[in-house]
Design a protein around this ligand. Structure first.
Ligand SMILES: Cc1ncc(COP(=O)(O)O)c(C=O)c1O
Ligand SMILES: N[C@@H](CCCC[NH3+])C(=O)O
Length: 416
């Protein structure tokens, strides 16, 4: 459930008509609902109940400071993949002691900064990275907390670009090699082994792959304990899917119950790294119809948002729901491809959509809170969209629309 609902045919974000937001802030504009964000966080938190746990929201899904701040106030931890994301978390009031650092290519300066602020744990993805963290920690004279990200070789049954736990994927350490690497980590003087981690993919709609991955992880943990390596936490990654169209993903409560069946009697703290399930349905993208292009073989509704604002349809052929902001208007229904102004045939937000629109009408793309603005770019020198956070009847601008001049402010022409 989210807080983007129709009232008398007009779409609202919490208590604010989205048409008023578009009038005030222009389009394209991302709109987030604080109440939805908080609700989703609390649902996860409640799902793990009294078992020691930490929710480390995956910043990559949506790193807007306003979003991070809402979650930080609830006590959320954060999963980061770059020092840039770390700086965002700090700027938003997040607690570094609740930050885990994932990613296959952490640079020495990033590791150094993370050690300086005292993050919770590095999720290590290779032997080379283990050595690198050891070196940086040694220079600092500290012990770096590490957890190895295991590649359990399970098929998450999702889009191939967002599957991460198959052995041909670049992520994680082959589970068969993990005991050797844990033994190595335990011997390195500036490392402190604290946990085991996996993240098998994104937009999962079944529980079985999570269960399979956990079984493999627990086999490994038992082996490690027998080897004399003490594990404190298990990081189960993110990946729980949401409904974009007709998917029926498990609820966080069902997911947690399945995990706890195996874990409740064990002494490990559970970490999870949900991104999409927290923020996906907490955001929409508002866009205005620029013009209609009607042809006997195809109709196009050209809107002011494009693949640079929201790339998921172009990149993964992802289906995202497009709805009118005002459903009371009398309009002729036609089938449209909803496209942006960018010079790419792949620039579309939706294909073959039955819509009643005329130029100037406002549309909303639903479920756009995750991997929407976060993956946006300036392609075609398009300023990135404004972002606002609705909180009841109040609307906060959490990121101003970019100005064209700022887009080339760091560039120079050649000297005369
Ligand atoms: C390491 C890691 N953790 C967490 C996430 C968040 O995934 P999701 O948004 O599917 O929950 C991702 C992205 O897939 C990731 O790479
Ligand atoms: N960007 C992807 C998810 C990738 C997750 C990154 N680990 C999406 O929009 O679905």
């Amino acid at each position: 459930m989210d807080h983007f609902n129709y009232r008398d045919g007009r779409l609202y974000a919490e208590d604010v008509a989205v048409a008023d937001i578009a009038a005030q802030f222009g389009t394209p504009c991302y709109v987030y609902s604080r109440a939805t964000l908080e609700r989703h966080y609390r649902v996860f938190d409640a799902a793990f109940g009294a078992h020691p746990h930490l929710i480390c929201y995956a910043v990559k899904a949506n790193g807007n400071l306003g979003v991070l701040n809402v979650l930080a106030r609830l006590g959320s931890g954060f999963d980061i993949v770059s020092v840039g994301e770390l700086e965002r978390v700090l700027a938003a009031g997040g607690d570094p002691a609740r930050v885990v650092f994932s990613g296959v290519g952490k640079q020495a300066h990033e590791i150094d900064r993370a050690l300086a602020v005292g993050i919770r744990c590095f999720n290590v993805e290779s032997e080379a990275e283990l050595e690198r963290i050891q070196q940086v920690a040694e220079r600092r004279g500290v012990r770096a907390p590490v957890s190895l990200r295991i590649n359990p070789d399970v098929d998450p049954g999702t889009h191939p670009y967002i599957s991460t736990g198959l052995k041909e994927n670049k992520f994680g350490i082959d589970i068969a090699d993990a005991p050797r690497l844990y033994a190595r980590a335990a011997r390195l003087p500036n490392l402190q082994v604290t946990g085991v981690d996996y993240h098998i993919g994104s937009q999962l709609t079944q529980l079985a792959p999570f269960g399979d991955a956990l079984d493999r992880l627990l086999d490994l943990v038992h082996r490690l304990e027998a080897q004399g390596i003490t594990i404190h936490h298990l990081d189960l990654g993110g990946g729980l899917g949401i409904r974009y169209r007709d998917e029926n993903p498990p609820q966080p409560s069902e997911y947690a119950a399945r995990m706890l069946e195996r874990l409740h009697a064990l002494p490990y703290e559970i970490l999870i790294e949900p991104g999409r399930a927290i923020v996906g349905n907490a955001g929409i993208l508002l866009t205005r119809v620029e013009l209609l292009k009607l042809a006997p073989y195809k109709n196009f509704a050209v809107v002011d948002a494009a693949m640079n604002d929201l790339i998921r349809p172009s990149l993964y052929s992802a289906w995202m729901e497009i709805v009118p902001a005002d459903a009371t208007l009398e309009r002729e229904l036609r089938r449209y491809d909803v496209v942006g102004p960018i010079c790419e045939t792949g620039d579309f937000l939706g294909k073959e959509r039955e819509l009643g629109v005329v130029a100037g009408d406002l549309l909303a793309v639903r479920s756009a809170g995750a991997y929407g603005f976060a993956m946006s770019s300036n392609y075609n020198t398009r300023p990135r969209a404004a972002e606002v956070m609705v909180d009841g009847a109040r609307v906060h601008l959490v990121r101003a629309r970019e100005q064209v001049s700022a887009l080339f402010a760091g560039e120079q022409v050649l000297p005369a």
